[in-house]
Write a protein that binds this ligand. Structure first.
Ligand code: FAD
Ligand code: UDP
Length: 371
């Protein structure tokens, strides 16, 4: 069978493009994934106890983009959910991002917001040019809070010291002098009411989309017939690592179901300093599901395994640029997604990136025109 487009990867990047090309442009699409399911890393499913869990760790949807939200809303209803995270530090569970309560409870102070601002000014270390993930934090909150909340977590998560990582990594976490304990402040903060996989099923339910799961593109590519290729797997793998391997960070997930209704007070508790895992997630907080038992996941960072995180540091950015140049020379091959463009992107950013590629493919003027 001949296809207008072959798409590698049925995560957000591949599924958004498959959906748009099939339903809006009448294209015949072959969507391939080596995993036995759709949804990429956002895949969720009901486990043996009947609890909805995320196979690849906690996925919380948040965006400031009305276009991305409007687009996905065609395929799911939503459950309002504001994410809150606690960090286990010095035997206490404290709000992260660091806020007024974090500092007061950690040190036994009674600061007001104004006093905390002054305090941060007094302990923050001046940094001439903020380049690294260490610079970001020590300049804002000083060395003690940096060491208690960021240094250990980052070294575990990335296998690197924050001073070796680009500033964008710890810049994801703001510092606050008020009592706002939400992890995100985006305008839209929701979870898909029936889960991510159900949303993907609805996106891909179209007669022009032919789905091929449990299939590695590398093993079937010679047998396929298509006009254009959209590739959302690792860009270096596509080119047989011709310039060397792009480093990715991986995780081992330990999923457990325990015989208690609630395991921890919030969906995610971070463990910056003790234990080999970085965080524990309890899904019922995210999904609102009621069940006499509860399912939790421990995340153990590792260097080998599925590529989950591009590693933002200067050498890797340089190496990626070489692959990017090669990618741009390929006729009728488009690279997109977290792995395809080696970017530490959230789900909404990948949806926006995929819609932008669709806009380019059909020659539309704005994102609003393609959602
Ligand atoms: P992926 O979801 O990785 O999809 C790529 C697909 O390509 C995979 O299914 C893979 O099997 C397939 N593939 C690769 N190579 C081949 C091949 N050769 N042949 C066939 N198939 C292939 N984002 C948020 O917004 N909020 C969060 O809370 C959040 N939490 C996260 C937690 C973790 C632990 C991780 C790892 C990521 C998290 N993210 C979160 C980011 C989110 O997962 C990504 O932004 C999003 O899933 C990327 O979509 P994608 O389509 O680019 O890639
Ligand atoms: N981070 C940290 N301590 C925390 C939370 C985050 O040091 O308690 C740092 C760490 O380097 C982490 C980064 O900030 O990788 C981004 O955190 P986020 O929660 O956004 O990570 P993700 O959900 O993408 O794994």
């Amino acid at each position: 069978m001949h296809f207008d487009f072959a798409i590698v990867g049925a995560g957000y990047a591949g599924s958004v493009l498959a959906e748009r090309l099939a339903s809006q442009s009448g294209k015949k699409v072959l969507l391939i994934d080596k995993r036995p399911h759709i949804g990429g890393n956002a895949y969720d499913y009901y486990n043996e106890a009947g609890i909805l869990i995320h196979l690849y760790g906690p996925h919380i949807f948040h965006t400031n983009s009305p276009d991305v939200f409007a687009y996905l809303s065609q395929f799911t209803e939503w459950r309002p959910y504001e994410h809150r995270v606690l960090a286990s530090v010095d035997g206490k569970l404290l709000p992260i991002p660091i806020n007024l309560d974090t500092v007061n409870k950690l040190y036994g102070y009674n600061f007001t917001s104004e006093e905390l601002e002054e305090y941060f000014k007094s302990v923050g270390e001046p940094v001439e040019k903020i380049r690294t993930s260490e610079d970001v934090v020590v300049s804002q909150v000083g060395r003690d809070l940096y060491e208690k909340f960021f240094r250990g977590y980052t070294r575990k998560q990335w296998g690197l010291d924050p001073s070796e990582l680009d500033k964008m990594v710890t810049s994801r976490i703001p510092t606050r002098t008020n009592r706002d304990d939400r992890y995100f402040t985006d305008q839209y903060q929701y979870m898909p009411l029936h889960g991510y996989t159900k949303m993907f099923e609805k996106m891909l339910d179209h007669p022009n989309i032919h789905l091929m799961l449990s299939t590695d593109f590398r093993e079937v590519k010679e047998t396929l017939s298509y006009d254009q290729l959209i590739y959302t797997g690792p860009v270096d793998e596509y080119f047989d690592h011709c310039f060397g391997k792009l480093p990715y960070r991986s995780l081992r997930f330990e999923h457990k179901t325990v015989d208690t209704e609630q395991y921890q007070p919030v969906a995610v508790v971070n463990y910056p300093n003790d234990n080999a895992y970085t965080r524990i997630t309890e899904y019922k907080h995210l999904t609102g599901q009621e069940h006499p038992k509860t399912s939790i996941t421990f995340e153990y960072p590792q260097s080998e395994g599925d590529p989950y995180y591009p590693i933002p540091k200067p050498e890797n950015a340089e190496l990626y640029q070489r692959y990017k140049q090669l990618a741009e020379q390929q006729a009728n091959v488009h690279f997109v997604g977290r792995l395809g463009t080696y970017r530490y992107y959230n789900m909404d950013q990948v949806v926006a990136q995929a819609l932008t590629l669709y806009k380019k493919l059909i020659g539309a003027e704005s994102l609003e025109d393609v959602v």
